[in-house]
Design a protein around this ligand. Structure first.
Ligand code: ADP
Ligand code: MG
Length: 267
């Protein structure tokens, strides 16, 4: 399946935020969207999902304009995990994951045994079956993020949009969540995720998009797109890209390191 954004413009009221964003992705890719705070990453996601009407351009799925799709068709095709998800849910995690099945149910239907089975399978995929009866409000931040990913998986979409999926997670949980994301992509789920870490693009993405002031200023393979020059310009900060050799003889990976003697002002 191919998701295509063509000349997407969107904004809030009279303020235009996105100015002609175009790219394509396949449901086998991991796309990492990098850009400074306020660049328009979350706005772009809301535009794709139809939460925000496009003022120009369109989003196509296998050539079909998705702006006319029903909410449930949209949910069956594109899953979404928003940026801030501090939900005061007093629900068991299994119930939250079951909510992902809503898009597959008839208007008045309640979840069936099959739905429950699919929700349990989603928990299993993320190795968190043991949490199924725990209260969402009483599990850790990393576990909550995995529960939200499980909910999106139960939805069984072709694409999953994740807005800063590792935000607020400790280092171990960041790695855990990213590894799960990578495994899901290998199993045929297209992932579009926003991140603040160029390293995530180097390690996990097949393609990277750079966005600044509502415009894409780079798109392509991480090696060709997340270059020192482009990242310097993207974040207004001097940085170096180094090649780190992996101990276990598994080749090398690029890493982003701030340049020393940095006197840039924060934005
Ligand atoms: P990012 O996710 O890249 O940090 P956003 O898409 O959230 O950026 O925001 C892009 C711009 O849109 C910012 O200038 C922000 O202030 C503005 N913005 C975001 N949400 C709203 C809103 N609900 N109403 C008005 N302006 C908004
Ligand atoms: Mg955002």
């Amino acid at each position: 399946m191919i998701l295509e954004l063509s000349d997407v413009h969107a904004g809030y009221g009279k303020t235009q935020i996105l100015h002609g964003v175009s790219f394509t992705m396949e449901s086998t890719e991991v796309l990492c969207l990098l850009g400074p705070n306020g660049a328009g990453k979350s706005t772009l996601f809301k535009g794709i999902l139809g939460f925000l009407p496009l003022t120009r351009g369109m989003t196509l799925c296998d050539g079909e304009d998705i702006s006319i799709w029903t909410r449930s068709r949209m949910a069956r095709t594109i899953g979404y995990i928003p940026q801030s998800h501090v939900l005061a849910f007093q629900f068991k995690t299994l119930s939250i994951v079951l909510m992902g099945r809503t898009a597959h149910l008839g208007r008045y239907a309640t979840p069936s045994k099959k739905d429950e089975h699919l929700a349990e399978k989603a928990l299993e995929t993320l190795n968190i079956s043991h949490l199924k009866n725990a209260l969402y409000s009483e599990i850790s931040g990393g576990e909550r993020q995995l529960v939200l990913i499980a909910r999106a998986l139960a939805q069984n979409p072709n694409f999953l949009i994740m807005d800063e999926p590792t935000n607020n997670l400790d280092y171990g949980n960041q790695v855990l969540v990213l590894r799960h994301i990578q495994a899901l992509a290998r199993n045929g789920l297209g992932i579009l995720m926003a991140s603040h870490h160029p390293d995530h693009a180097f390690q996990y993405a097949s393609k990277v998009l750079l966005i600044k002031d509502g415009r894409l200023c780079g798109a392509g393979s991480p090696d060709e797109t997340a270059t020192e020059k482009k990242l310097n310009a993207l974040y207004d900060v001097r940085l170096n890209i180094a090649e780190a050799r992996l101990n276990s003889g598994q080749g090398s990976v690029k890493v982003c390191i701030p340049a020393s003697q940095e006197h840039a002002t924060l934005h």
